[in-house]
Design a protein around this ligand. Structure first.
Ligand code: CA
Length: 166
């Protein structure tokens, strides 16, 4: 092995060391890294269905487990039970609320749904460091049928129709 070869190998091995040093120095050494994700929501409920929307309610987890304030929600829905296998391909709600402080009641109305259809919902919570909670329990509810606002044909054809008793 020649000197040039040894020098090259030494140079290659020092690159990762420099990279690691830069990464270590770029973080505040006095601040412990936040590796604690928000708690997994276990009380998600689907209520107040209309023909095109369903309201979700749940207790806000925190930044770390059930303390602090988390950063954001990812709410998803599906017409089949929203298991972990379904999660990646499930519909994703937009405009989710910012999480309230741990323990507060958060709500969100999912809109744009089809009538007379059972929907399944689940959510995950992230903290500011991008630590994601587990997937919540699944909540489900059917939307109502579209309301029939057309009067019966007979009532429209006979506008002065009256029922005379006796
Ligand atoms: Ca955290």
């Amino acid at each position: 092995m020649g000197i040039r070869s040894i020098a090259f190998r030494a140079g290659v091995s020092i690159i990762p060391a420099i990279f690691l040093l830069i990464c270590a120095c770029s973080k505040d050494p006095t601040a412990p890294a936040d590796a604690i994700p928000p708690a997994t929501v276990n009380d998600l409920v689907a209520i107040n269905p209309t023909s095109n929307s369903i309201m979700l309610t749940w207790t806000a987890p925190g930044d770390d487990g059930r303390t602090g304030t988390a950063a954001r929600y990812d709410i998803r829905y599906s017409v089949s039970p929203l298991t972990s296998a379904i999660w990646p391909s499930a519909g994703q709600a937009t405009g989710e609320p910012s999480p309230g402080p741990a323990g507060s009641a958060d709500t969100f109305v999912v809109t744009g749904l089809d009538p007379a259809t059972t929907y399944y919902f689940s959510l995950k919570t992230a903290d500011a460091e991008g630590n994601w909670s587990g997937k919540s329990i699944i909540a489900s509810a059917p939307t109502s049928a579209v309301e029939d606002e057309t009067p019966p044909l007979s009532a429209r054809m006979i506008p002065n129709h009256r029922i005379i008793p006796g």
